[in-house]
Structure formats: C-alpha cells, structure tokens
Write a protein that binds this ligand. Structure first.
Ligand SMILES: Cc1ncc(COP(=O)(O)O)c(C=O)c1O
Length: 299
C-alpha cells in the first residue's frame, strides 16, 4: 500500500473477528478505528470538518482551529492542524486521559480542560469566539457541524457494507453521535434490514466516547435526528464493570483498544442474545489502547 500523504490513510480500517462462543450463531467483527493516523475514529470527522471550512471560506491562513472534545477529537485537530499549518486551541474535559494529553502537547496544540462534559467546553468555545477579534478562530464545533456525520455516511458506512455485505447488525457508541448517525443513515438507505444499536453510558459511568446522557452529556442534533427518524433500532446503556471485563477479554485476543470498545462489545453481546441475532455483527472500536494506557493499567 502506497500513499502520497498521511491524510489518505484516514479510514479503510480493518475488521477482525472476535472469538466469542457467547455470540454464536452471530460472528462479531470489530472495526479497528485505532488504525487511523492518530489512533481514533475522530480523524474521519476532523478531516471532513476542516475541509468543509476551507471549502466554505471560513478557514483561512493564520486562523486558529478551535473545538471542544473528550480527547480524541482534540488529538485529531492538533495533528491535522500541524500538518496543514494551522495553530490549534482544544478544550477537553475530565474524561481526557494522560496519554491523549501528551499527544496534544507533542503536536503543539494549546489545551484547556473545562468541566466534565464536551458541551461545557463547547460553550466556552462559543464565548471565546465572541470575545476575541473576528477571524481569529475557526470553531469546528463537532457537536453541531453536519460534516461530522457526513464523514461517516460517506466512509464508515460504505466500508462496513464492502467488508460485510450481509451485515445483520452494527453496534457503536454515541459521543457527538456523528459516527452512528452517519453510519446508520447510510445503512438504512442501502441495507434497511441491518439493525443499528447505539450505545451510551449508564448513569455515573465515565467512558470516553460513550455519552452519559442521563448525567448531562449533550444530545446533539444528529443524535436527536437519528432518534426522530428511527435510525437506531435499539439503545443500550453499559456500565463500567462490563466495559472493563470485555476490554480484558479483547486484550487477551490481541485486540488492543480503549474501554469504549469493551463497552460496545458488551452491548453487542446483550443485543445478540436479546434479539436472537444471527450472521455478521460489526462493532465500532473507537480508539487504540495506546491512547488509554493510564486507564488500562488500572484494570
Ligand atoms: C473512543 C471513542 N469511540 C467512539 C466515539 C464516538 O464518536 P462520535 O463522537 O462520532 O459519536 C468517540 C468520540 O469521542 C471516541 O472518543
């Protein structure tokens, strides 16, 4: 495989079979988004949002990229900002892992940590944009930017159908909701028989990339629209002990990923049993273990 630049390496992530007798007669394939350049699914939406802003003329030379994130989008912005020659200010929250913080520093982004939810940082970004002189910041606003779900409508969804043309069910977590909203819209258009399961955190559970909407995480317009249009067949809430147990199960098979993936695997197994699912099930693993070592070492 040959590429002219690193941006061409976003997407086309591998799917690998998870050995799990509990899943039979379904086969669970994990789509390893950790194989993106910064090790997470957020590279897809980040590139789409930056390209969208360039295209509409709202991102110009000398401007600073700005957004709020639980950590992975912040890494993507720091990375692609550096590659494309923009300075970056990212606003993370208490879900930020030490490894992501180091990555953001290594890529030279300015970092602020505010609150417990991405929406806290998003509000701070909105205030900053108003306070500073016009044209200083380009606010990507992943929670409201429709280029975010569009990235997944155009890439993640098609990749799943290419690798599993008869996919019975797709399972992934809701952070901003971009990944599942875009993927679900694509699948419901092209293969309506595919069931879509959206995963969230149970109250009191703090997992990166898996919103806890009962505790105050923000329901973005993409999540709301997907629910209004019945694109999610089921919504499953997961707890931290289940996410931990499944992350260890994946680790033992050489599938090295963050706790979000363990949570999604648990939700997939729950749905397979509850709804008697057969055939290929694809689960979205949001990031690599390397970005979560401080949490993984405590398991
Ligand atoms: C590890 C991980 N998985 C999944 C997601 C969910 O992605 P989205 O924001 O598109 O819902 C995120 C988002 O932060 C994430 O960090």
């Amino acid at each position: 495989m040959k590429f002219d630049d690193v941006m061409q390496m976003v997407g086309n992530t591998p799917h690998v079979l998870v050995r799990s007798p509990e899943a039979e007669p379904a086969n669970i394939y994990v789509k390893l988004e950790g194989y993106n350049p910064t090790g997470s699914i957020k590279d897809r939406a980040c590139l789409y949002m930056i390209r969208g802003k360039i295209k509409e003329g709202t991102l110009q030379r000398g401007m600073t990229l700005l957004d709020a994130s639980s950590g992975n989008m912040a890494c993507s912005i720091a990375f692609f900002g550096k590659l494309l020659g923009y300075s970056t200010l990212v606003v993370a929250n208490s879900k930020l892992t030490a490894d992501k913080r180091k990555f953001i520093e290594y890529y030279g982004a300015e970092l602020q940590v505010i609150g417990d939810f991405t929406i806290d940082g998003n509000r701070y970004c909105q205030e900053r944009v108003q306070r500073e002189e016009p044209g200083r910041f380009c606010f990507l606003d992943q929670l409201h930017n429709w280029a975010n779900p569009q990235a997944h409508y155009e890439t993640t969804g098609p990749e799943i159908l290419t690798d599993s043309p008869d996919v019975a069910m797709v399972v992934g977590s809701l952070g901003s909701g971009g990944a599942m909203a875009g993927t679900a819209r694509f699948l419901k258009e092209k293969r309506p028989a595919t069931k879509v399961v959206a995963v969230q955190s149970a109250s009191g559970t703090k997992l990166p990339g898996t919103g806890s909407f009962d505790d105050g995480d923000y329901i973005t317009p993409f999540i709301q629209q997907s629910m209004d249009n019945h694109l999610f067949d089921h919504i499953i809430k997961i707890s931290e002990p289940d996410a931990v147990r499944r992350t260890i199960q994946l680790k033992e098979q050489g599938i090295f990923c963050g706790l979000q993936t363990g949570g999604v695997l648990h939700a997939a197994l729950t749905a397979i049993e509850q709804f008697s699912v057969k055939g290929d099930v694809v689960i979205l693993s949001g990031d690599t273990g390397w970005k979560n070592m401080d949490r993984l070492l405590c398991l």
